[in-house]
Design a protein around this ligand. Structure first.
Ligand code: PMP
Length: 364
């Protein structure tokens, strides 16, 4: 019997990197450091407290969590927001799906610039939004002329810009984001600009956050996640900051009680220990910079990175390199333009294992 699957979904594979059981996992940009025993104990007691009320639906508007996220963003970026400017969901993937549900849809267009995060076209597909992919420059920055021309031509209702970008690590100058925001204002019917800052906490010092632009731009949304710097990928908590009217539109499309009481409790307990959970971020940034330097000294081509991963190459047969590393117990990601590979920054031991394996496999 035939199933009435939408024709555009027929024969598609679900998105996702291979989840393999190998000693060194450097393929999905997680924080390699698990929470400490003390933080685990706090999370357990917060979940126990939540468990006592699990006969009830959770707070639909997650007021307490929003307050905690305001405090965190204020401390992290110096930008003071209000709870009405915060939205959260099960990972920033779901936050961005909400954005496309509210601002995309049939007959509308979403735009980004490749190479970039490969889930963006999937949010568009799933919300029946037309997808347009512009291109980035050779150095993976945005070509402002091209961006403006593409916006003028396609009149998108959503522009998605990852900064730092995945898989390249490239952060955008605020000047560029401002220029895109100005162009978006000219789009008939309106255009929301989403700056996806999943990796923002890893940015190099002096690199600003688009949160600084929120006050002047009601059509800007800055999305963040607890999956990366926070080391809470398993908790599934992503969030964004935007003007209250933009957040209100997302409240319309979310499923009722989409953030479980357990998720809210875990996120709040983790946020209460933000400093401790993020204690390793500075170390990871240093580790990243050292890895970039090492790769360049070995003659590899490496993209500038403000994230917790590095895009490097160029290999005639990148799959062979990926496979050779995997055979030595090191899993990285075969992603990005032809010839490039991406490796997440791990613990010093993991990085050493990766480097040793790469020297062997690539004959460096
Ligand atoms: N944005 C970017 C650029 C990412 O790389 C990722 C994760 N790989 C996400 C968003 C989604 O992360 P999460 O749903 O875990 O918040």
């Amino acid at each position: 019997m035939e199933l009435p699957i939408r024709p555009e979904l027929a024969d598609l594979e679900p998105y996702g990197a291979p989840q393999l059981d190998v000693p060194v996992l450097l393929n999905v940009n997680e924080n390699p450091y698990p929470p400490s025993d003390a933080v685990v104990a706090e999370i357990v007691s917060a979940v126990a407290e939540a468990a006592r009320g699990l006969n009830r639906y959770p707070d639909r508007d997650f007021a307490a969590l929003r307050g905690d996220l305001v405090a965190y963003l204020g401390a992290e970026s110096g930008v003071q927001l209000t709870p009405e400017q915060i939205w959260a969901a099960n990972g920033s993937n779901e936050v961005m799906l909400h954005l496309l549900q509210a601002f995309g849809g049939p007959g509308r267009t979403a735009l980004s610039f490749a190479p970039t995060y490969s889930m963006y076209p999937e949010y568009a597909r799933d919300t029946m939004t037309v997808w347009v992919n512009g291109r980035r420059r050779e150095d993976f920055g945005l070509d402002v002329e091209h961006v403006l021309a593409t916006i003028a031509e396609h009149r998108p209702s959503v522009v998605l810009l990852a900064s730092p970008n995945n898989p390249t690590g490239t952060a955008l100058p605020l000047e560029t984001v401002r220029t895109v925001l100005d162009a978006a204002r000219q789009v008939p019917g309106g255009c929301v600009v989403v700056v996806d800052e999943a990796y923002a906490e890893f940015r190099r010092s002096g690199t600003p956050s688009a949160l600084e632009l929120l006050a002047e731009h009601p059509h800007l949304a800055v999305s963040r996640t607890m999956s990366k710097a926070f080391g809470m990928a398993g908790a599934r908590l992503g969030y964004l900051a935007a003007a209250p009217a933009l957040v209100d539109a997302l409240r319309v499309v979310r499923l009722p009680y989409h953030l479980s009481a357990v998720t809210q409790a875990v996120a709040r307990a983790a946020l209460a220990h933000a400093e401790e959970l993020m204690a390793q971020v500075d170390g990871l940034r240093l580790e990243r910079d050292a890895l970039v330097e090492w790769m360049r000294a070995r003659g590899l081509t490496v993209a500038e990175s403000d994230a917790n991963f590095v895009l490097f190459g160029l290999f005639d047969d990148r799959h062979a390199i990926w496979q050779g590393l995997l055979d030595r117990g090191v899993l990285i990601r075969e992603v990005g333009p032809a010839g490039w590979l991406r490796v997440s920054v791990g613990t010093p031991e993991e990085t050493t294992a990766f480097r040793d394996a790469l020297v062997e496999v690539a004959g460096l």
